[in-house]
Design a protein around this ligand. Structure first.
Ligand SMILES: [Zn+2]
Length: 517
């Protein structure tokens, strides 16, 4: 029997385990790459074989395939999963694909109506997988302004000037309206409850508890932006995270604490052990961080209003605020806060040029079993969202650089330059970790974050020696480099570092729909 036939037969044996494979030629073989699969601790040279959007073999054997991709010298990793992606559009997803991301989820803000989010995405098409939780803030705004929620950034930003929903506990009718809206969103397949609590710090503690209890009953997580951003008490970030922990402990809900870095700042040495010890005592908690000392949000957000807000956030001045790559003056800051409170600005919170600032960022980014999540924003130009079907990304588009480079930056700085984590540990934080957090409540995620037989063929091939972010604060509209191939559901979206605009292989990540919202 010739060598080749023997091989096919040997591979055949592998395939015989699932009859279908035996009968057909594989679609793609990724040949000779360094396969890293944190779930199985595999880190070795293997061929990865794909058919019908699924991985059907991880083998040392050569297998007959319609397309063979030479992966020698490249890392073959499960596609990265971003649990914190705002401004979802065809454009933002394409930019993310070049940062190694194959699934981007809008979990912190969420969406409401949930149907509108998925319908819009389906109509426009998506390059990468997408999904959303239920937007509690929209439910609250709607209850306070007595209007139906609209699933758009513009609707949310327009409500920034309205203080009522941000500063008052809900009355009985408003409470019922909020609970009903959230329940409808969950019934429509929302992936959990997104809590922008920090944008409505006046929300009743009973409300946060009751809505979390609803999520616990539905068996889905909450994704919370903690109530306060402050290093001083009362009303500190520490206190706000203690609230999340106590509600998770009492309701049993899985509480995911978003952007640990930008909410903890210099109090991370106290906040980190508080979370860890609660986890060790069985409280269902998880968290995330992005590798930048600066954050981004609406200039008029509650975070930056009220007595002593500058002192609370570590002595900020207008110079810490940046718009379109330029630092603000005090005059510009107060004018923006009055005239355009919804304007997205960059805020330099942790000074990583100082040892203490870098140490605080590292502690959040390297939190044990914590994941990397970008907190990406929409791409803007002249105050308006960039046309979503436009490609390539216009050079003068503006957003926080994390929207283009958060994941490659983590690989560049924490793996290659500073060697603080291994490639396997890094891929756990970028891919397997998010899948592991979400798979308890989202069945689809059990097939993601892995290079294993049966997993979805969401795969990135990158060069560990060159992978890097390019986006900067002054010039953010620069996509990352080093991701030679990106496959989404078995479709080659990026080849030789170039994105293919003729394919939109992104699929919805959505829980079963009980009835539409
Ligand atoms: Zn946030």
């Amino acid at each position: 029997m010739t060598y080749r036939l023997k091989n096919v037969f040997t591979a055949g044996i592998l395939w015989c385990l699932s009859a279908i494979c035996f009968a057909q030629q594989a679609d793609i073989m990724l040949r000779g790459g360094r396969v890293i699969d944190p779930a199985s601790h595999l880190d070795a040279v293997r061929n990865v074989v794909i058919a019908n959007g699924k991985i059907i073999a991880v083998t040392e054997q050569d297998v007959d395939a319609k397309q063979v991709i030479d992966a020698r010298g490249l890392v073959v990793s499960p596609g990265f999963i971003d649990m914190h992606a705002h401004g979802q559009s065809l454009l933002s997803g394409r930019v993310k694909a070049l940062d190694g991301i194959t699934t981007a989820l809008e979990l912190e803000s969420g969406a409401l109506p949930v149907d509108d989010f998925y319908a819009k995405a389906e109509l426009q098409g998506r390059a990468i997988n997408y999904g959303a939780s239920v937007n509690w803030a929209n439910a609250r705004i709607a209850a306070f302004v007595q209007n139906l929620p609209e699933d758009s950034t513009e609707w949310f930003e327009a409500s920034m000037g309205n203080i009522a929903w941000q500063s008052k506990p809900a009355n009985k009718d408003q409470m019922n309206a909020i609970l009903n809206s959230v329940q409808k969103g969950l019934d429509a397949g929302g992936l959990g409850v997104g809590f922008l609590l920090g944008y409505a710090p006046g929300t009743g503690f009973k409300e946060y508890y009751q809505v979390s209890r609803l999520a616990a009953k539905a068996g889905v997580p909450t994704f919370t932006h903690a109530r306060y951003l402050s290093m001083t008490e009362p009303g500190s970030s520490f206190q706000a995270i203690a609230e999340i922990i106590s509600v998770a402990a009492s309701t049993g809900v899985h509480a995911h604490i978003v952007h640990l870095n930008s909410i903890s700042l210099s109090d991370i040495p106290l906040i980190s052990p508080m979370i860890k010890q609660a986890q060790q005592r069985g409280v269902a908690l998880s968290t995330e961080a992005y590798p930048y000392g600066a954050g981004s949000t609406s200039v008029g957000a509650a975070l930056f209003r009220g007595p002593r807000w500058r002192e609370k956030v570590g002595g900020l001045s207008a110079h810490n605020f940046e718009l379109n790559g330029k630092r603000l003056t005090e005059e510009q800051l107060s004018q923006l806060q009055n005239d355009a409170p919804g304007t997205e600005v960059v805020i330099h919170l942790l000074d990583t040029s100082q040892a203490a600032g870098q140490r605080h960022l590292d502690e959040a980014v390297l939190f044990d079993k914590g994941v990397i999540a970008s907190d990406s924003m929409a791409w803007m130009r002249d105050g308006k969202s960039v046309e979503p079907t436009l490609w390539p990304l216009p050079g003068d588009a503006y957003s926080h650089p994390r929207s283009a480079g958060a994941f490659a930056r983590f690989l560049r700085i924490y793996v290659r330059e500073r060697q603080l984590v291994s490639l396997l540990q890094a891929i756990e934080k970028l891919s397997y970790g998010p899948a592991r957090i979400l798979e308890k409540s989202i069945p689809q995620m059990r097939n993601k974050g892995r290079i294993q037989v049966g997993a979805d063929a969401d795969i990135v091939l990158f060069n560990p020696a060159t992978v890097s972010d390019k986006a900067t604060f002054s010039k953010p509209a620069q996509t990352s480099v080093g991701f030679e191939y990106v496959l989404v559901n078995g479709v080659v979206l990026v080849k030789g570092g170039e994105l293919n605009t003729n394919v939109k292989p992104g699929q919805p990540i959505r829980n079963p729909i009980k009835h539409s919202s």
